[in-house]
Design a protein around this ligand. Structure first.
Ligand code: GDP
Length: 300
């Protein structure tokens, strides 16, 4: 179940409440059961769901309901609050959002499956910070996909961002290390390393990621995820997190049909906040992530 379906399921459960003239404990329980079911089917971690249910019950006091307050509104608000809470970590130790420190050579490594929008997102990220006065640079450590370097080069040139890569060197860790060293020397303060994605969660990909990470010692590792991935989100995010020290998530293609598939699961699996979202193919179709508008849209 993708997040869009989760939204409809939750909205459906809440709508049913409106059919009852009196909302007693029984009606409330039935509604909470549906809310819980929707979350579980969306692959949200069961511990989170149990906690969320408890928090909702705490917020919606049945006595208040008896006093004639609008049950649907109250419950809607509680579900909204809890989804926000969950996307912000739900009490788990989600890391602070990363802000590159000016004047320091911040190294940021991008990881994610092929096709998720990683290379596009690297340039968007660089451009975003360039506008804020940083001096970004791009390193292409993807030697697996033919054309990866050309793509990065083209994007970087358009945005007037320095880049580094090689047509002949086959060791991604070496390219990454050389590129980072070059841009440290050139006093770039945001050095972005794009890595290979391949198609599946192949062992060799993960080994390569490990090697690149060891070679460049990133200050931040960003996991890029396609929003339409749905059910696979949790496993995928977990697999990346188990290999490298993911500390941020970027969800791409939110301009498509998916309303944000798997975002909650990715946050839960990586214990990392969503830093940005991609909303189109163009370089400035990129936004800093804001939880509340996202959840409003989900329940909309
Ligand atoms: P990579 O293999 O992960 O490096 O993926 P690419 O950066 O090459 O992107 C794959 C495709 O997705 C390209 O056609 C991009 O233009 C497209 N893409 C990337 N981000 C977005 C986005 O936020 N919205 C849309 N609609 N397309 C995107």
């Amino acid at each position: 179940m993708v997040l869009g379906e989760l939204g409809s399921a939750l909205a459906g459960a809440l709508r049913k409440l409106g059919e009852h003239t009196v909302v007693d404990e029984e009606v409330m329980d039935a509604c909470l059961k549906e809310v819980t079911k929707a979350l579980l089917q969306a692959d949200v971690n069961v511990q989170y769901v149990v906690q969320m249910k408890k928090n909702i019950v705490k917020q919606v006091n049945i006595q208040e309901l008896a006093a004639g307050l609008n049950a649907r509104k109250l419950l809607e608000k509680a579900v909204f609050n809890e989804l926000v809470n969950m996307l912000e970590g739900g009490g788990a130790e989600v890391k602070e959002k990363f802000v590159p420190k000016k004047g320091k050579p911040n190294v940021v490594m991008f990881v994610g499956l092929q096709g998720c929008g990683k290379t596009t997102t690297c340039t968007k990220y660089a451009y975003h910070f360039q506008k804020k006065g940083y001096k970004p640079a791009l390193v292409c450590a993807d030697t697996f996909r033919a054309g990866a370097f050309d793509q990065l080069k083209q994007n970087a040139t358009k945005a007037r961002i320095p880049f580094y890569g090689s047509y002949t060197e086959t060791d991604p860790a070496k390219i990454a290390a050389d590129g980072v060293e070059r841009f440290k020397d050139e006093k770039n303060d945001l050095i972005i390393v794009d890595t290979s994605g391949r198609h599946k969660q192949e062992d060799s990909l993960f080994e390569e990621m490990r090697q690149v990470a060891a070679a460049v010692q990133p200050d931040m590792t960003i996991f890029v995820m396609d929003s339409s991935i749905g059910q696979a989100a949790q496993d995928q995010a977990r697999a990346f997190k188990a290999t490298v020290d993911v500390g941020s998530v970027i969800i791409t293609k939110l301009d498509g049909h998916a309303k944000g598939g798997g975002a909650i699961s990715a946050v839960a699996a990586t214990k990392s906040p969503i830093a940005f979202i991609g909303t189109g193919e163009h370089i400035d179709e990129f936004e800093a992530f804001d939880t509340k508008p996202f959840v409003s849209r989900l329940l909309g």
